[in-house]
Write a protein that binds this ligand. Sequence first.
Ligand SMILES: NC(=O)c1ccc[n+]([C@@H]2O[C@H](COP(=O)([O-])OP(=O)(O)OC[C@H]3O[C@@H](n4cnc5c(N)ncnc54)[C@H](O)[C@@H]3O)[C@@H](O)[C@H]2O)c1
Length: 339
Amino acid sequence: MSLEGKKILVTGCAGFIGAALVCKLLDANANVIGIDNINDYYCIDLKLARLEEIKKKKDQSRGSWHFFKLTLEDKKSFKKIYFEHDFDVVVHLAAQAGVRYSLINPESYINSNLVGFGNVLEMCKEKSIKNFIFASSSSVYGNDKRLPFNEKLSVDHPVSLYAATKKSNELLAHAYSHLYKIPTTGLRFFTVYGPWGRPDMAPMIFIKSILERKKIKIFNHGNMRRDFTYIDDVIEGIYRCCFKPAFCEETKSDFSSNAPYRIFNIGNGNPIKLMDFINILEKNLGKESKKEFLGMQKGDVVETWADLEKITNWIDYKPSTSLDKGLFNLVYWYKNFYN
Ligand SMILES: NC(=O)c1ccc[n+]([C@@H]2O[C@H](COP(=O)([O-])OP(=O)(O)OC[C@H]3O[C@@H](n4cnc5c(N)ncnc54)[C@H](O)[C@@H]3O)[C@@H](O)[C@H]2O)c1
């Protein structure tokens, strides 16, 4: 099977995961259209540099690449683009990400993650999209103690607005999938890290502070575990879903429906203690960190751990990057990129 010549829309294409996905799709000679509003939630230069990387990829690809700078809430401009194209696959990654920022700027979550998401669903409906994939998040599991997190768990107790918008996305997408028979796959990503990563996330914040010999803030006194997932493993998971549109579950259960709709975890399946994570990072940087131990942050969760059985059965997803290797690659990229 091949994606050569397939037309694929990627929203959030200047973002961490979006840009990496576009590069993978161009490697597969797909015709990719990217949308991003290049907002200033974090450094715009990093987003523009990712777009430059995509252009380089395009030069080695038989596929095509077109970028549109627009915000998904601008339905009129968005509509113009989607009526000009027939997409084989839509991968919706654009969102206001970040748990902590949702305490500071709740409006951006309502706009991007609810209004913007609604516009994407309308587009999928109007164009009868045959494969719709969207980003959800491990944060929907909140502070559930039933680990590892399994997709069968009810996720009705979000502890941040960000998580609440992601859970809402899952519900809205299910309704559209049911009503308009849109094959829909929701992917719950678990703490993605790697080269070209997000500067608002712990791995990049820690690297910057350690190199600048500043204190790193360690919340919940270090008593946290995260299922850190390397970017290439996440991208492989999304890529495989591009070949496999969701269909109704064959065997009915209390929690299944007739909609061609699936939700999957995409994680590493191997949670790491925060202090172990910091140790490996220090080893890679050749520098010890100065630590400031603090209490738990509002909206944060203590532990995440993905149960991967469902996604493994679906697309044979097998994350293969060790934390050692992943952090080595991240540090190598960071030092080069930020000189
Ligand atoms: N990175 C992770 O660890 C992680 C974990 C769980 C879920 N996710 C989800 O995966 C997706 C991608 O995350 P990421 O880490 O690449 O984030 P990111 O912030 O790097 O990328 C998102 C991109 O979307 C764009 N965007 C935001 N709102 C938009 C709008 N309304 N219209 C157009 N463009 C808009 C931003 O400019 C940004 O470039 C998001 O939906 C995020 O919530 C990420």
